[in-house]
Design a protein around this ligand. Structure first.
Ligand code: 1GP
Length: 261
């Protein structure tokens, strides 16, 4: 039941960082065929994992078919990053089983998870318990999740939530600035959390350039997630800029491993 999570941990020990391509299975954003095409180019560019999710996924058949097409186009692990119960598909390899710890609404902390657990069980899906923490500006995820946004200027508040996540037994922490945000999670927050946590840290939201990605890895991110920029990186230049970004973060990951050994 921990197959995908164990693979992530093992790959982190070897490479120091993983790149995740987030594809939103939303017919308004792209067709099923384009999602498959994006995954194929992302895999060729060196991405390690495909996350499937978004705030507006509601049609399970569309999600299923998107994943099936992605799986035809590449051999990467496909992990659900569900915005709600309707984002769970039996076609994926595992799911981030997330609790939005800094929500003010218990529905997003444990309510929808209790309901989703039946579906997870019936699909025999690997759950990867993940604490989801949303940092200012938070974008749509912050608004939709009734979040008390973590302040950018007070990293110690984020640290408190991240430590609580590890003590609760979550397997990973996801620091989110919000999809398409004008600012990424600040390096000061990532750096402070990395000093105290032993579980992997995922960072996403607003990561556009190679320089952003490298800075976030150098600050301590173990997995970095790119979504909004992918379409531009993949369909416009056929993955050239994505492969440059991934090569740069893998180099940063290697240096991180060397300096810690
Ligand atoms: C969103 O963290 C992800 O949940 C990715 O964000 O779309 O800004 O890359 P972007």
């Amino acid at each position: 039941m921990n197959e995908i999570y164990n693979k992530i941990v093992q790959q982190l020990q070897q490479e120091g960082v993983l790149h995740v391509s987030l594809i939103d299975p939303d017919p308004i954003k792209q067709t099923i065929e384009d999602a498959g095409k994006m995954a194929k180019i992302a895999a060729a560019a060196g991405t390690d994992i495909i996350f499937i999710g978004g705030s507006t996924c509601f049609d399970r058949a569309y999600i299923d078919n998107t994943i099936l097409d992605i799986k035809k186009q590449c051999n990467l692990p496909v992990i659900l990053f569900p915005g709600s119960i309707s984002g769970i598909s039996a076609k994926a390899d595992a799911a981030l089983f997330m609790s939005l710890l800094n929500s003010t609404n218990h529905y997003y902390i444990s309510g929808q998870q209790a309901l989703a657990s039946f579906t997870m069980k019936s699909f025999d899906m690997e759950p990867i318990g993940t604490a989801y923490l949303i940092v200012e500006p938070g974008s749509g995820a912050g608004w939709l999740g009734d979040v008390k946004l973590l302040p950018r200027s007070k990293p110690e508040i984020s640290l408190g939530y991240a430590l609580a996540a590890e003590y609760f037994g979550f397997k990973m922490v996801y620091l989110e600035a919000g999809s398409g945000s004008e600012a990424t999670v600040p390096e000061s927050i990532i750096r402070l959390i990395k000093k105290s946590l032993t579980i992997p840290i995922i960072v996403g939201g607003g990561i556009r350039t190679k320089a952003d990605a490298v800075a976030i890895v150098n600050a301590g991110a173990d997995l970095i997630v790119q979504g909004t920029i992918l379409e531009e990186m993949l369909l416009k230049d056929h993955g050239k800029s994505l492969s440059e970004t991934i090569a740069a973060i893998k180099l940063a990951g290697k240096k991180k491993l060397e300096s810690s050994s």
